[in-house]
Design a protein around this ligand. Structure first.
Ligand SMILES: [Zn+2]
Length: 431
């Protein structure tokens, strides 16, 4: 009986928590989002219709200029950060608002101006399919997310709620193909994170009921093997040994059987060449060899995805040990390159997810859960995950990002902007 009472009591308590609902002020914020939604969609159409493929530097800058004016009009100070010529990228738009004594959380809101659709792409136009769906190159990934950030902040500004706060909006110009070296192209983003408490990423949403608290990092590896060139009749004997192709096969087989298996760890050999002579430039290569010559050389290039730095380093160590255990008369070396760091599932990220979940429940949009980290590709938020609590996937809903079928779902646009506005409002007022 006592237990039953406790269960009843605690479920009432939980119900009450869920029914916290919106304050009067929050309802006013929502009204601003609603009255601005048509304007937001028009602006989405305008920026989608300007090509901003990563390598169309003028186009990326043009989209940046439009957002620059928009953020300036709501009190942000825009700053265009150019990249040095040798990086070959347009640059980034950062807009900052710092006013009064900052009491709440300092926010970094992340978007990007570029798309995967370069000038040569046949996909260039915002075209409505019906009342809810629009074909839009880069509308889902992620001009829609940029607009959600803008109109969430606009609602707060119109209600006079952007006082005593620090918000940095960072729109990179090269997310789809980051300029190298990353130490230059991602420096400003990392510096902004170091001055912030929380980063919110507005990459495409994976549904109203999911957000990203973790995503895997990605990196590369290259395996180069040398054997002793000889007539094939001598293979396996004491002077000739195994040859490069048997050795590279041994290594890959051991990777598959001994390194594979950890959750979220994957590694994929993407290209392989072997023979008497090989050459491999980026993704293209040639090989020459004969069935009666023991292979002298072999090469594999691959990728490796991981959920934490520890997992990455641990996998690399295991691979190095396997690589060192050579067959007779062969040698092998493996080299690794870093690309995106992992966004690991931290406690702080989960606290943010819970805050979003509460906002969503209060808006009657349903509960929000963590999206499977294994399914989400890498993005800019990963670069700052080491410094701040992060949540990503808060952008527009749609389908087919990076394909000629990319769409934005206009029906959900207003709902996503509302939850962003309320989330930002609560965070900047949270000590
Ligand atoms: Zn993107």
């Amino acid at each position: 009986m006592k237990n039953l009472f406790f269960i009843l009591f605690s479920s009432i308590f939980i119900l009450n928590l869920n029914a916290q609902k919106l304050t009067k002020l929050e309802k006013d914020i929502i009204k601003h989002v609603e009255s601005n939604n048509d304007e937001a969609i028009l602006l989405l159409e305008k920026v989608v219709n300007i090509n901003s493929g990563t390598l169309n530097l003028a186009g990326v800058k043009k989209v940046g200029d439009i957002f620059s004016d928009e953020f300036e009009s709501i009190g942000f100070k825009p700053n265009w950060i150019s990249m040095p010529n040798e990086i070959g990228r347009a640059g980034h738009l950062f807009c900052e608002l710092t006013s009064g004594n900052v009491n709440g959380k300092k926010l970094l809101l992340i978007g990007h101006l570029d798309t995967v659709f370069e000038k040569e792409s046949p996909f260039q136009e915002f075209i409505k399919v019906n009342d809810s769906i629009v074909h839009a190159p880069g509308g889902n990934d992620m001009k829609g997310g940029n607009i959600i950030i803008l109109y969430a902040l606009k609602a707060l500004q119109e209600e006079g709620l952007l006082k005593n706060t620090q918000i940095i909006v960072a729109f990179t110009g090269d997310e789809e193909s980051a300029g190298k070296p990353l130490s230059i192209s991602r420096k400003d983003l990392i510096d902004a994170a170091k001055r912030s408490d929380i980063a919110l990423g507005f990459e495409t949403s994976t549904g109203l009921n999911y957000a990203t608290v973790a995503r895997r990092g990605s990196s590369g590896w290259k395996l180069e093997v040398t054997g002793k060139r000889a007539h094939s009749s001598g293979v396996f004997n004491e002077r000739v040994g195994a040859g490069a192709i048997f050795e590279i096969s041994r290594i890959l087989d051991a990777f598959y059987n001994e390194v594979r298996g950890e959750k979220y760890l994957t590694f994929n050999p993407g290209v392989i060449l072997g023979g008497s002579q090989v050459s491999l430039e980026k993704s293209n290569g040639t090989a020459f060899g004969k069935s009666n010559i023991v292979a002298e050389t072999a090469i594999v290039k691959g990728g490796l995805r991981f959920i934490s730095e520890d997992q990455k380093e641990n996998a690399r160590d295991k691979m190095r040990i396997i690589v060192a255990n050579n067959l007779p008369h062969t040698s092998a070396k493996i080299s690794f390159t870093d690309s995106y760091p992992a966004m690991s599932p931290t406690k702080g990220n989960t606290v943010l997810l819970n805050a979003l979940n509460q906002v969503s429940l209060d808006l009657n949009q349903g509960k929000v859960e963590a999206y499977d980290p294994g399914k989400r590709g890498a993005a800019d938020t990963s670069f700052v995950a080491e410094y701040v609590d992060c949540l990503d996937g808060l952008g527009a809903l749609g389908n087919g990002a990076h394909t000629l079928e990319e769409t934005v779902n206009l029906n959900t646009f207003e709902a996503l902007t509302k939850r962003t506005a309320i989330l930002i409002y609560r965070l900047i007022n949270e000590n």
